[in-house]
Each structure stands twice: as C-alpha cells, then as structure tokens.
Design a protein. Sequence first.
Length: 361
Amino acid sequence: MDKYAAALPGCPRLGAKRMRGLIEFFHTAEDVWKASDEDIRKSHVLHGNGEAAFLAWRHETNPDAVMEKLIQNHIRCCTWEEEDYPALLRTTANPPAVLFYRGKLPDHEKLIAIVGSRKATAYGVQTAGRFARGLAEEGITVVSGGARGIDSASHEGALAGRAPTIVVAAFGLDRVYPPENRNLFHQIVEAGGAIISEYPLGTPPLGRQFPARNRIIAGMCRGVIVVEAAERSGSLITSDFALEEGRDVFSVPGSIYIPSCKGTNQLIRNGAICCTSFKDVLSEYGWERQEEKVEKPGKESLTLEEEMVYKFCCTENEVQAEDILQQSGLSVVRLTMLLLRLQLKGYIKETGPGRYVVIGQ
C-alpha cells in the first residue's frame, strides 16, 4: 500500500483527473510528493488556486500519519494502475485515482448494480431484495450505494444469496452513513464483500459527493438495474453514467400511479431493458449456470426485530402484513424490510399480496 498515493486524495481541490495527471507526469505518487514546488509548477497539471492549495497542503501533510490512520481503521487503498483495482472501473472516462476500501475488492467482472429510491415502496424493497438474492445465488456480485431503501434491500438480498456485495460510499470510510446501516456494513465485509470510497478519512457525507459516487457504481459494473426512481432521482444519474460508459441499463416497471415509479417507466420508454426478473440479466449476458445448485447451509439466526415479526407470523396458519403492522407498531417500510429478510432467510414465504405463512410449520 503506497502511503504517498493514500495521502493525495486529502488535498482540497485535487480531483481524480488532476491526481492521475500528476502521477502520470511524475511516474509515481512518491515522485509527486517529493517533486520541488518549481517542478510541480512546470508540469502545468495544476493551475491557479488549485496549484497553490496543493503546494501549501503538501508541506503540511505527513503521509506516514495518513497511513497510520488507515491501518488503525483496517482500510487499504490502491491506485487505478494497480492489479487489485476493479477492472471495468479502470476503463471509464474518469476513474478514481485512488480507491480506499475495507474488505475484499472483486476479482471478476460479473458485477451488477441495483439502485433506486431511498423512500422505496414495499414493492420496490421486495423486488430489490429478490433480484439481489437471485443474482447472488448465481455467483453475481451486487453493487449498490449502501443508502436506505432500495440500496439496503439489495445488499440484504445479496447477503442472503451467500455472495459478496459491494457498497460504494460517498464519504470517508471512518464514517457510517446512514448510521443504522453500521451492522449491515460489518456483515458485508465479514461475508467477503467490501465498502469502497474515493474519499479520504474524515470526509462527511455531503450532497455533492453522491452524484460523483454514482459514476463509480455504474463504472465498475456490467449493467445497472433501476428498481424505483422518481423523475428527478439520483438513480437516474447512475443510469446516465452507465449509458455514457457503454454499460447496460435495466429498468423494473412500476405502477403508473406511483411517483417513485415514474423515472423507471420513463427509462423503459427511452430504451432501457425492461427487467421483470433477475433471470433477464442472466439471459442478457449468458450467465445462466448449467450445473445443479449446491445445497445451501441451514437457516441464519434472527435479530430481535426479526424474531418479533416471525413470532407474529407463527400465531396463525396465514397472517396478513396489515395485522402485523397494527400489532407491532412498526412503520410500513420497516415491516416490509423485516418480512423480506425473513423470506430471504427461509423462515416465511408470501402466499399472496401481503399474506405470509411460516415455512415448515
């Protein structure tokens, strides 16, 4: 791990393009760091205030201290020129010069992004979870942004499918956002996946960083599935990046009466691949497995919230989500997520819209 490369992203006003320009001009990040101020000026990579900011910052920063903080937080980094760097991301128009990560980076190109609304409906949450699990069970790595709603459901589904999943964060990896996903992120790393970011430690989750993050999600994947998106959604930014990089865009159709489905329906109208099953993605790339699936291990343990909802499901032969909602005091979205987890873990199954039975009872 190169301490000089790790330190570069901490410089204000030094974006990925300029960072790559400096490393290419001076050959290595160490050479960038040790070049004289005059050599930096003569390179003409930086200009004006950006050049002055870099020179001042470089004199004030200790790469050894940066490296020590990364090690303390169990974070590694690699540059776009290194072998560990995601192969598809390297080929994009503006790949991060330095990528920070906790966990294990993917070593193959069977990556699919699933993105959508943070304020997802029950339909969107269930769809994202089931698509992610189906893809994971076929050995596909699911990539998303770790946000509330569709992103979280996608990561949960991938974990249930026993495959690594990747979170692309818009903040430094010593932060957690949203805070309630701390345990989810831990599970992702423990399961062989990764949390990655182009932002140095200490960077808060600022709004302007999320669109930039979306180019990474699109760039490292073969295709992007948009599950739910309003007309002005960050997920549509991800789909735009995907199209610019020659990636495929899949869109899940939704109700014409639901605002969070207007963006996905418009994508289909504009030529996105209509996606009604994860198998549509497998078929598109010829990723269907011919061999029989390996039998999965036993059921996963339940959290306290999952255990509570499961007990409600055990009270009758068939229960309705509406009844659980009234008795549990949970929100609609939270209950939907918990019911999805119980389905993905093999404890219950849906027999009809909003109706569930316990498996094996």
